[in-house]
Design a protein around this ligand. Structure first.
Ligand code: GLC
Ligand code: CA
Length: 547
């Protein structure tokens, strides 16, 4: 049975930066609606919208003050309903960003909770009197300083894992669970197809508030000098996620994808663990490759660890970019090779086993923006520049055309448009059969037509150093099922990705008659493959077997 969130492709939209419709320089919901045909033509099955809810915007929407209201900067609830209907009419599902580890300090729940020590909602957040005038634990906030913020009015501390404007909810409290599930149901009842769950692994903290042990971290952030055993990833998470799963699954065809936020160098086994036995999160991001160099062995190792941690009833996600980390195209840049690496990365993203998440602009080669100091707006960059430039660089406006403001807006946008937009834009690329955009469309259609690629099994293939090769076999390709298998020949696909800057000869030991169906390098690709193939530098190919 086809399952859209396993076999489909998700596209992440950062709404502020996708399309402005009313000339205020900020992307909005009517803007997204006007680009739905583009997304349909690209071939995606779902969009995930970063937060569009009412927010004071201390963290650009990741601080929500009303889960049921759309922030006026993005439009109205009526605009949202229209987006949902128009997306569904094009076969595109819509995922919202569920930011439920914390609320905004302006959320009525927090205002009530903060109003007095005896308020009935006091225990909805994490309040503590501290110990002898000091905070109750040594926990550090991800965005700097301690997690404990003194609240003068009631003389206690409240906990915030991120900014002090983002107080953490107390997920140990059953009333909080019920209230948050209620907010989710509001949207599920409206027809939303699921949620990306922001920092889902942070929901529960140690009830005894024990101190985190010291560790040598990788960044110059005090947060990274602690091993986060007590302020996140608590073992009780699994029971909570099963509870959540039961609720979501009362709605047919809905899903969750969890952001499992970990530190460098990543923890694929941990991400995998939140899928349970297919009874916790539907999907969970693993960001390990975000910290890996462009290197076959390193990718293979990260992917292999993630896959082997995943229960047979659960399903992986493949993603290389999002709104929090420098874009993949820039992480892997290497002069003139950059564009070829982006093409090869697209093959990996769309042919590895798992649901691909494309980050807006990835399909046109949108680069990391260079943000002048004066234009930095991300609170991380504002606080830590130049040690940490913040996340504005991966959030620059989508480049639709070569015009001024790149067709994103009629005025100077909230973040500067990249200077390369005359060359790198969706309009120009849609007319060029050799563009990155055309390549994405091609691979997406190849994938759609081949069960092996969107739902098949995965096995690594032997390959020379610097090459990552794997086999995707269609379900039913294995002999036990052969009696029931359809009379159609079962097709398997082999993928070879050359991560090196040299040509490499690969032999193909798998039985069967193989033919090329795709190559990142033009003028090559179709045709029968004999004993082996020669891959050009940074070339990726997809082969197909006819048994
Ligand atoms: C997640 C979001 C990030 C946000 C943080 C706090 O990591 O992806 O953008 O700043 O959570 O909500
Ligand atoms: Ca706007």
């Amino acid at each position: 049975m086809a399952c859209w969130w396993k076999n489909g492709i998700v596209y992440q939209i950062y709404p502020r930066s996708f399309q402005d419709s009313n000339g205020d320089g900020i992307g909005d919901i009517p803007g997204i609606i006007s680009r739905l045909d583009y997304l349909r033509d690209l071939g995606v099955d779902a969009v995930w919208l970063s937060p569009i809810f009412q927010s004071p915007m201390a963290d650009f929407g990741y601080d929500i003050s009303d889960y049921r209201a759309i922030d006026p900067v993005f439009g109205s609830l009526a605009d949202f309903d229209r987006l949902l209907a128009e997306a569904h009419a094009r076969g595109i599902r819509v995922l919202l960003d569920g930011v439920f580890n914390h609320t905004s300090e302006k959320h009525p729940w927090f205002l009530e909770s903060a109003s007095s020590r005896s308020n009935p909602k006091r225990d909805w957040y994490l309040w503590n009197p501290g110990i002898k005038g000091k905070p109750p634990s040594n926990w550090m906030a991800v965005f700097g300083g301690r997690v404990w913020e003194k609240h003068p009015a009631t003389g206690e501390y409240y906990m915030h894992a991120f900014l002090k404007e983002q107080p953490d909810l107390n997920w140990h409290n059953p009333e909080v669970r019920k209230a948050v599930f209620g907010e989710m149901k509001f949207w599920l009842d409206r027809g939303v197809d699921g949620f990306r769950l922001d920092v889902v692994n942070y929901y529960l903290k140690d009830a005894e508030l024990r101190n985190n042990p010291f560790t040598m971290g990788e960044y110059p952030r005090p947060y990274d000098l602690q091993s986060h055993v007590y302020d996140r990833d608590r073992p009780e998470m699994h029971a909570l996620l099963r509870e959540l799963r039961t609720m979501i699954d009362t709605y047919p065809d809905r899903m969750t994808v969890g952001e499992v936020m970990v530190d460098k160098p990543g923890n694929p086994e941990l991400s995998a663990s939140y899928l349970g036995a297919g009874d916790e999160l539907h999907l969970a991001f693993d960001f390990t490759v975000f910290w890996r160099k462009w290197n076959a062995e390193s990718f293979r190792e990260a992917i292999g660890r993630y896959y082997s941690g995943i229960h047979e009833k659960a399903w992986p996600v493949i993603t290389f970019s999002n709104h929090d980390k420098p874009r993949a195209i820039d992480r892997y840049q290497n002069g003139p090779e950059t564009v070829y690496r982006a093409r090869a990365a697209a093959v990996l993203l769309l042919t590895l086993r798992g649901t691909p998440f494309i980050y807006y602009g990835e399909e046109i080669g949108l680069r990391q923006g260079k943000i002048p100091r004066k234009r930095i707006v991300d609170p991380l960059g504002v606080k830590y520049w130049p040690v940490n430039p913040g996340r504005d660089g991966e959030r620059t406006p989508m480049q639709w055309t070569g015009e001024t403001h790149a067709g994103f807006s009629t005025v100077e946008p909230w973040l500067p448009v990249n200077r390369d937009h005359q060359r790198v834009n969706a309009q120009g690329e849609s007319q060029d059969p050799h563009s990155l955009l055309s390549l994405y469309k091609k691979i997406i259609s190849i994938r759609r037509d081949r069960p092996a690629l969107h739902s098949g099994s995965f096995r690594e293939l032997p390959a020379p150093k610097g090459v990552f090769a794997f086999l995707r076999d269609a379900p039913g390709a294995h002999s036990e099922l052969s009696e029931e298998a359809s009379p159609e020949p079962v097709k398997g696909c082999a993928v070879f990705v050359n991560f090196t800057s040299a040509a490499v000869r690969c032999s193909l030991s798998e039985p069967g008659v193989w033919k090329g169906v795709f190559s990142t390098h033009t003028g090559k690709g179709e045709g029968k493959v004999e004993a082996g193939i020669i891959l050009q530098p940074d070339e990726a190919v997809i082969l197909e077997r006819n048994p």
